[in-house]
Design a protein around this ligand. Structure first.
Ligand SMILES: Nc1ncnc2c1ncn2[C@@H]1O[C@H](COP(=O)(O)OP(=O)(O)OP(=O)(O)O)[C@@H](O)[C@H]1O
Ligand SMILES: [Mg+2]
Length: 413
């Protein structure tokens, strides 16, 4: 069924990333693949690590990108799906319990609905907004761990819940940016979650997989293990930190350091006597030893992957990740990032771009994972079936065989 809304048959995703703002307009094909109709991207101004720091500058940046999109493609934009990231994103876990009071102790949809409500009822500080309420496995009588308890018998049903929440102030100001463009935000999605929706295959989710989105200012991760979402997190480091490290180490401007990173960077240290020549400054010849450059990059990348590994190991998740690691986001384009990740996690690692996404220039674009996930999310949500059942069932379609839900506080009014 085609998605119909104010934008015609299309939906719009917007990622306001640390380095780039990107709008993607896409439509569903009859075979469930997605065709990208329009794309506009601009270097971000006015935001740091997903947080607005200069409102006017951020607004101008968004307005210009939107204008370019509407001009170049003659597509009027009214509504969109927005991604969110930044170190303010955190998670909380809770386990809810209910007694099964039916005469025959059979668990029905009613008990499942009830236990979810109990598990989701957590108290957070006033300035936190819940983005996603994700339900994992259920337990019957504290023993058996099951995916779908309906129809089974027991005296007590428990549900595990993972809430992804963010700072209300940051959300409010992003929402205001969107409103100021006279656009309606249909939903906000944690960017790591959106990226996973774009790059992960269902069989990988079933086997267990970790998706790491290496952005400019943030690194998001999401781990699927034991047929559920086992962990979600954000590190406040990204490709810009690598660039800054290079600039600091060799006394370069950020622009020079970024060029060097893109042209000669690698996450894998190398023994070599080669040197890279830099553009002359005040007629002075300058070189950077290639081995030193790679050592600097390696140190930052090793630390980033190491932090994620530590978190996943401490929660006992890594042992349940059979399909390995998927690297996405622009930082995944760093040479040998996958080789280093494979060594650190001790798992197979692949650079992953959005799949089942068609359109000119859409192949091998890991930096578009988040926005591609947003349109995928949006198309499911806006389809006739999605509208009837809401966000909860959208996820059930994507993550076949699971039982997870997404609910969202509507701060967009
Ligand atoms: N070929 C490449 N080699 C190394 N790094 C690269 C390459 N291409 C892009 N990058 C890095 O990827 C980063 C940008 O990634 P991306 O576009 O995913 O970020 P973003 O979405 O704007 O940021 P965030 O998600 O953190 O808010 C930059 O730091 C850039 O230097
Ligand atoms: Mg990003």
């Amino acid at each position: 069924m085609r998605a119909r809304n104010d934008n015609g048959d299309t939906v719009v995703g917007l990622e306001i990333g640390t380095t780039k703002v990107v709008f993607m307009v896409a439509e569903q094909r009859d075979d469930a693949d997605i065709t990208v109709r329009a794309l506009a991207t601009h270097p971000t101004t006015g935001l740091r690590k997903g947080q607005v720091v200069d409102y006017e500058s951020a607004r101008t940046c968004l307005r210009e990108t939107l204008h370019e999109l509407e001009q170049n493609y003659s597509i009027p934009i009214h509504r969109l799906f927005l991604s969110l990231s930044g170190p303010h994103i955190q998670t909380s876990r809770n386990r809810g319990h209910v007694a099964v009071l039916n005469d025959d102790h059979e668990i029905t949809e009613e008990e499942v609905r009830h236990v979810k409500q109990v598990a989701a009822a957590i108290t957070l500080p006033e300035d936190r907004v819940v983005l996603h309420t994700i339900f994992g496995r259920y337990r019957i009588d504290d023993e058996q761990s099951v995916l779908r308890p309906e129809g089974m018998e027991g005296a007590r049903l428990s549900a595990d819940m993972l809430a992804v929440h963010g700072s209300q102030t940051h959300l409010r100001n992003l929402a205001k940016l969107v409103r100021d463009l006279d656009l309606e935000c249909r939903a906000t999605v944690f960017s790591g979650y959106a990226s996973a929706a774009a790059v992960v295959r269902p069989e990988q989710k079933r086997s267990g997989v970790v998706v790491i989105d290496l952005g400019g200012g943030t690194t998001d991760y999401i781990a699927y293990a034991s047929e559920t979402i086992a962990a979600v997190g954000v590190l406040g480091v990204g490709g810009e930190h690598v660039t800054n490290d290079i600039a600091q180490a060799f006394g370069l401007t950020t622009r020079e350091a970024e060029h060097i990173k893109l042209d000669h960077g690698s996450a894998w240290p190398e023994r070599t006597t080669k040197a890279i020549e830099l553009p002359r400054q005040y007629n002075r010849k300058r070189t950077v030893p290639l081995a030193s450059l790679r050592t600097v990059i390696h140190a930052r990348m090793e630390e980033t992957f190491g932090l994620i590994r530590e978190r996943l190991e401490s929660e006992g998740i890594l042992a349940h990740v059979g399909a390995g690691i998927l690297l996405t986001g622009g930082g995944a384009l760093l040479r040998d990032a996958d080789v280093l990740a494979e060594k650190i996690f001790g798992k197979p690692c692949t650079v992953a771009s959005p799949w089942r996404l068609h359109g000119e220039g859409m192949a091998d674009r890991p930096e578009l994972a988040t926005v591609a996930g947003l349109v995928r999310f949006g198309l499911r949500n806006e389809s006739d079936a999605g509208r009837r059942s809401g966000l909860f069932d959208w996820l059930r379609v994507v993550w076949a065989g699971d039982d997870e839900g997404v609910e969202q506080d509507d701060i967009f009014g």
